[in-house]
Design a protein around this ligand. Structure first.
Ligand SMILES: Cc1cc2nc3c(=O)[nH]c(=O)nc-3n(C[C@H](O)[C@H](O)[C@H](O)COP(=O)(O)OP(=O)(O)OC[C@H]3O[C@@H](n4cnc5c(N)ncnc54)[C@H](O)[C@@H]3O)c2cc1C
Length: 445
């Protein structure tokens, strides 16, 4: 589940990060975590927790002591009056979401998959889309973590709230999070409308539509003039009952066709064909999205937000100030057309409201997110470096869990409260117990 093989090696979901840790720890309780941190301190080793291994960067990579919280994924308590839910930090979103739903609750916003662990998602500033909503970490109202010396630190509105704010997006650098308290909202449904439209129409109307739509995003298909736009509206309406059995089957088939066939099976097959015959990619991209394609459905929020992702890829994603998002995207589209080789994966565009978490990619500004992908085991460096250069012009902030080439020197100035994070790190992990090569690069050693 966390990418750990029976031979003791580890790899991430995309397969581009691998390691052979000296040992693997599988704690069952916070006391076990305290003991293992103290033991690694005693033998002078570094320690790293891996969540679901869904980061593309080496953020969770270690050749030292690897910890998985796969045995710490339970819901600890639900407060029905406040909507606050305490969960062990290793809980996976796909397990948590149905449990919240059964309790009449939901996470306010989610990314487009639910494989992540709660602490993994919050630690890297994972986000969904919607100008009126913020990152997953913004919903964290309490936390327990084990610091570098093995001390348990309790954070909440009355327990060091300043440190809580910083630790919500901790990059795994501040300690091992053992428990998180999430502010949930009453369960809701989403009315989804997905349509393939001319790309210019989607881009030109985006900012206006984003202001009037709960959750909106689109995917531009490279080498075509088409974009697939998704709009989700929050509702407590129940899905209309099917008119008859045939209608019910047709509905299920349509969702299966979109989520499994087009986004996974056929898309995967097209990518394999495209790898063997790159000149076919533009035509295959046209098959994935045909103008006029439209789907509309209404169901539970988490089932709409998150989809299965079976085709493996490498990804880079940048957050830029929302007012420059479409301009930056148009430059990326030009780059793709002039790259000299075809790109088979769509480019994703999302938008999010600001939060006040120092290392959140949407700190202090409404943020447009531009994500580029390539099929795995395909060269990406020229493409991603080109995109990164464009993002640099807008003070872009790379997703901590997605590929990028920045260092602490280039990143510090993009986060106005960088110093607060560094102070928290000095306080909680002065000896770098939780550091690894990636953190040395992006935070400094
Ligand atoms: C197919 C796919 C789709 C994705 N979609 C989105 C999306 O829609 N939006 C988005 O923003 N991102 C998305 N991501 C990125 C993903 O959400 C992040 O990379 C996230 O961090 C993965 O969570 P994880 O549990 O796999 O964490 P890991 O990758 O295993 O770890 C990430 C970081 O969290 C730390 N960590 C994990 N657990 C703890 C703990 N208990 N205490 C302290 N630190 C901890 C790790 O040490 C590491 O630093 C996607 C990734 C993939 C592969």
């Amino acid at each position: 589940m966390s990418g750990i093989s029976s031979d003791g090696s580890w790899r991430n979901w995309a397969g581009n990060q691998r390691s052979t840790p000296v040992r693997i720890e599988r704690p069952r309780s916070e006391a076990d975590v305290v003991a293992l941190v103290r033991a690694t301190a005693a033998d002078g080793r570094r320690v790293k927790v891996v969540g679901a291994g869904h980061s593309f960067t080496a953020i969770a990579r270690t050749d030292d002591v690897l910890v998985t919280l796969d045995n710490m994924g339970a819901v600890v308590g639900i407060d029905h009056d406040t909507g606050q839910v305490r969960v062990e930090a290793g809980a996976r979103l796909f397990n948590l979401n149905p449990q919240l739903h059964a309790a009449g609750l939901a996470m306010p916003n989610l990314g487009d998959i639910a494989y992540q662990s709660v602490a993994g998602a919050t630690s890297t500033s994972t986000h969904g889309t919607g100008l009126g909503f913020s990152s997953v970490a913004a919903g964290v109202v309490g936390m327990r973590l084990v610091a570098g010396d093995g001390t348990v630190v309790v954070l909440g509105p009355n327990d060091d709230p300043d440190l809580l704010e910083v630790a919500r997006v901790g990059l795994g650098a501040l300690g091992i999070v053992t428990e998180v308290t999430l502010q949930c909202v009453p369960a809701f449904n989403l009315h989804a409308v997905e349509e393939v439209l001319p790309a210019d129409e989607v881009l030109d109307s985006f900012d206006e539509m984003a202001a009037a739509t709960d959750h909106i995003e689109f995917f531009w298909m490279p080498h075509t003039d088409l974009a697939m736009r998704k709009r989700n509206t929050r509702t407590t309406d129940a899905p209309p009952p099917p008119r008859n059995r045939r209608h019910a089957l047709r509905r299920r088939w349509k969702r299966f066709k979109n989520k499994e066939l087009m986004e996974n099976a056929a898309f995967g097959a097209f990518n394999h064909i495209g790898r063997m015959a790159p000149s076919l990619i533009p035509r295959l991209n046209g098959l994935v999205a045909s103008e006029g394609d439209r789907a509309e459905y209404l169901t539970t929020s988490y089932e709409v937000f998150a989809s299965p992702r079976r085709v493996r890829f490498y990804e880079m994603e940048y957050g830029v100030p929302a007012e420059y998002g479409i301009e930056a995207l148009r430059r990326v589209m030009d780059l793709v057309q002039n790259l000299g080789r075809p790109i088979s994966f769509p480019i994703e565009y999302r938008i999010l409201g600001p939060d006040q978490i120092p290392l959140s990619t949407s700190f202090g500004r409404p943020t447009a997110y531009i994500a580029v992908h390539v099929f795995r085991r395909t060269p990406y460096e020229d493409y991603f470096r080109g995109v990164e250069q464009i993002m640099d012009d807008y003070g872009g902030r790379p997703h901590w869990g997605k590929l990028h080439f920045q260092t602490s020197d280039s990143l510090g100035g993009r986060y106005p409260q960088w110093y607060r994070f560094q102070a928290a790190r000095r306080r909680l992990d002065p000896t770098g117990r939780f550091a690894n090569d990636y953190l040395d690069r992006v935070l400094g050693s």
